[in-house]
Design a protein around this ligand. Sequence first.
Ligand code: SAM
Length: 276
Amino acid sequence: MPKWSDQDYLKTQQYHNADKLNARAALHQRFSVTKLNWFRWVFDHFEIPAASRVLELGCGPGQLWFENAERIPPWDISLSDFSLGMLAEAQAKLFALKRPFNYAEIDAQEIPFADASLDAVIANHMLYHVADRNKALAEIRRVLKPGGRLYAATNGSAHIRELKNWLLQVFPAELLSKAGAGPAVSALGFSLDNGAKQLGRHFSTVICEHFTDALKVTEIKPIIDYLLSINLVTALEVPPELTKRGLAELRESLERQLAEQGEIHISKETGLFISS
Ligand SMILES: C[S@@+](CC[C@H](N)C(=O)[O-])C[C@H]1O[C@@H](n2cnc3c(N)ncnc32)[C@H](O)[C@@H]1O
């Protein structure tokens, strides 16, 4: 099974806590071109009535709610993730908001809610990790009330393509393709390009909203930290010696690029599917 949908790897290594996710988020937070906050932009798209029951799947450290703290309506909100470490981080972070959230350990493939019991389900940047995505989408459809909505953010194939190309320059292509290039680098199983088709099997209306942005990076370390966060050794199965050598080569080449151009451009392609 490819690592980015290997549930055991994801739970015990990639997402056992938020450190690796935070390393990737840091690159976006520090070097994104747009002044729009991604989590505020997502929230702007919510059309959820005041007295609604809302479930977030794969909530990670709860950033969506933290960034929108002052404008969360009186919804009954359940935050869930299949990683207990992530749930603990969400709970610690959101404690300061002094508003109730329910927390639950839930695998998106088996949602312990009754049929037609929820007004909205949120599943941001997580459906590409789910091994049996069709089952998860059927579960989401089952728990939503008629007229309820699924909000599911994901990336497009051009997202961080430069990072993928740099990996290909320094590591053997067969190692990278065997591993599918690892979580966060390869989200192509459920992407902006093919997500609508998958959602269309379960929902009659699927809309895709695009978030326009790019990265202009002026330091090398956050790029290397990003690459390290995808566990080159364990996820990509690149041998440690090769990892060390490859990263040193990459660092040198990025330093040259930075000296010549003053910044390093990285493409972003991200968006939100709204299905009902
Ligand atoms: C890339 S993070 C996204 C976190 C958060 N939604 C965000 O947008 O910042 C993916 C999250 O999905 C969780 N996850 C992956 N597969 C899952 C599954 N089958 N069921 C529930 N959570 C899952 C991971 O533990 C991780 O917290």
